[in-house]
Design a protein around this ligand. Sequence first.
Ligand SMILES: *Cc1c(COP(=O)(O)O)cnc(C)c1O
Length: 400
Amino acid sequence: MTGERAAELIQADHQYLLQSYVRADFVIERGEGVYLYDSEGRRYLDFVAGIAVNALGYGDRDVLKAINDQAERLIHVSNLYHTQPAIELAKLLVQSSPAFAKAFFCNSGAEAIEGAIKFSRRYARAHVGEGKTTIVAFDGSFHGRTMGAVAITAREKYREPFMPVMPGVRFARYNDLDSLAAVMGDDVCAVVVEPVQGEGGLRAAEPAFMQGVRELCQRYGALLVFDEIQCGVGRTGTLWAHEQLGVQPDMMTVAKPLAGGLPIGAVLMGQHVADTIHPGDHGTTFGGNPLATAVGTVVFRKISDPAFLAHVQQVSNYLDEALQDFANEHADQVIELRGRGLMRGVRIAGSASAVREAAHRHGLLVATAGEDVIRLLPPLIIEPQHVDEALSGLRAALRA
Ligand SMILES: *Cc1c(COP(=O)(O)O)cnc(C)c1O
């Protein structure tokens, strides 16, 4: 099935690229709307979206125009100087919720998490002094691959080979307040939690759980940090996933979809946190560069438009019903449906990666989360007909 051209490229991939990923056995060449095309001209319906990055699909005219216009003007100049695009995107992000007063830009999700960890420790040191440094995270969490982010990521497989990672981390069980209460203490400076878990299996937080998390943070003087790197920016049908929980964070990390496929990360925080960070405390060369933030401004404006979010909600409801039907039809194989909005998990009795490979052969791209969860992360611009097409791809894949 792999053509000659693809075979040659894949062989060169194996020769020259560090083999730290298991990639699919085709070469993607271009995208259009919600479809990708490989080097053999085969078309795939994309229910991965570059891992929740390509929210506007491929070839969005406004994104392309923003890239071209800004690239001609200025791509990078460093944080030694003021530039307008970063200021504009920061203003939009800060004004998106009363919880936020300031934005810090960086270049990836993991880097946003590192920033949030440092700001939490800085805040605790400013208010309490030394010793209040512990971070609490949850089972099923995924926060990235750098030494701090991986330390608060639950899966041992990601941490063990690199020990010692950042010390001072305790884990509690997701959606289990008693287990959180058991690990809280005066040494905790922050609780980091995904309102809807991504990589770790697509579980969504219960509102009552998150309200309890908020209260425990208050009681122990710990900051509540939401990681909305995957679930934020419209993915769950509201601009921020936590809007559906009735709880406000002290700090929040954003990344994946924010700049239309260009690398970006951001930490949003309340004024009380911002007040404890001073010039020189933290920095990054590329963070907030004019190109990424100019595109981010366009992406954020489009997605935060109430009409756009209403579309995401409608197509989410359609997907929800389609998945319920699918689960009922395959009651012997489907164990559980998870997730929110256009961030959905289908837990199955068999191997999720086997279904993913079979889906590829039927022209559908899906991701996995762990061993037994098929993860669906379509571009937010999908229409009901794409849901139908994806579900027939999944049916064919499950039969295979
Ligand atoms: C992807 C992801 C990260 C890490 O982002 P990178 O850009 O890959 O470093 C952190 N948290 C969540 C919830 C993610 O989905």
